[in-house]
Design a protein around this ligand. Structure first.
Ligand SMILES: NC(=O)c1ccc[n+]([C@@H]2O[C@H](COP(=O)([O-])OP(=O)(O)OC[C@H]3O[C@@H](n4cnc5c(N)ncnc54)[C@H](OP(=O)(O)O)[C@@H]3O)[C@@H](O)[C@H]2O)c1
Length: 258
């Protein structure tokens, strides 16, 4: 039982792990014993976050802008050189765009689809040799894609390309899960509801949460770091070995009770 949720000896890559949800996840993986590489577009932010999390465990900064396939392939190469093995890949980096349908611009599509859908696929493809080498029947390698409640049900956010990209990522998760199961790699989607990060900053005023938003969440609060970290640790540990192709909400009931 004591090692059921341990990640000792495992190596992870968390995209966007320097800030927001990615940082909550990276800290959780480190606390559970993993070595964790994180990315950020800004070198300084990436290095500072890695230095801060270095007090918990080995955290490796890998600055990268993941809006192109070329940069994503290059990140996989740098990860391989510095970390060697890859037991866990968390595709967390994501972009959004909100605006009324009448003026929703064409430029709000390619960048969002690239970072939210294509980059996760490219990273899986590039790290396939490492993931396959790390996975065993009893303890597979893990890919976790960070989806969104907005990709499951209409959330009226006017984030058209974002919601469509997350629905695509959920489907990609199931497709890859089926194809990679025989190589002892599980692929799951974690579906966050509302967490207080930069992405949801417009829903808070001086840390006061919009009352309409709280009324929309059955458990009447935003998500906390332990909520997302706990689910990801579970999925990456031996306890989560038998789960693949799943879409698991961590959302205070927004999807399940809606
Ligand atoms: N917050 C929520 O309530 C919520 C709900 C559902 C789903 N999510 C999902 O959770 C994930 C993290 O979002 P968040 O809430 O933590 O928002 P956030 O604070 O805005 O973080 C977005 C993350 O994505 C990274 N990123 C954005 N564009 C990138 C690019 N072109 N290349 C590389 N990295 C890029 C950012 O890295 P840098 O800025 O450091 O470069 C940052 O770490 C996203 O996939 C989001 O869709 C969040």
């Amino acid at each position: 039982m004591s090692d059921l949720f341990s990640l000792g000896g495992k190596s992870a890559l968390v995209t966007g792990g320097a800030q927001g949800l990615g940082r909550m996840i990276a800290e959780g993986l480190l606390r559970a014993g993993a070595t964790v590489a994180i990315t950020s577009r800004k070198t300084e932010i990436c290095e500072q976050a890695a230095a801060e999390m270095g007090s918990i465990g080995r955290c490796i900064p890998l600055p990268a802008d993941l809006s192109t396939a070329e940069a994503t392939v290059e990140l996989a190469q740098r990860y391989r050189e510095v970390a060697g093995q890859c037991n866990i890949l968390v595709n967390n980096a994501g972009r959004t765009w909100g605006g009324p349908v009448e003026s929703f611009p064409d430029k709000a599509w390619p960048g969002v689809m690239a970072v939210n859908v294509q980059t996760p696929f490219t990273l899986v493809r590039e790290l396939l040799p490492e993931l396959a080498a790390a996975g065993t029947e009893l303890d597979p390698a893990r890919v976790i894609n960070i989806g969104s409640v907005a990709g499951i049900k209409p959330e009226k956010l006017q984030a058209y390309s974002y919601a469509a990209s997350k629905a695509a990522l959920h489907m990609l998760t199931r497709d890859l899960a089926g194809d990679l199961a025989a190589r002892n790699i599980t692929v799951n989607a974690v579906i966050p509801g509302y967490f207080p990060t930069k992405m949801t900053a417009h829903m808070r005023d001086d840390d006061e949460v919009d009352s309409a938003l709280l009324a929309h969440i059955p458990l009447k609060r935003l998500g906390r770091p332990d909520d997302i970290a706990g689910l990801v640790i579970f999925l990456c540990s031996r306890a989560g070995s038998y789960i693949t192709g799943a879409q698991i909400p961590v959302d205070g009931g927004v999807v399940g009770c809606g």
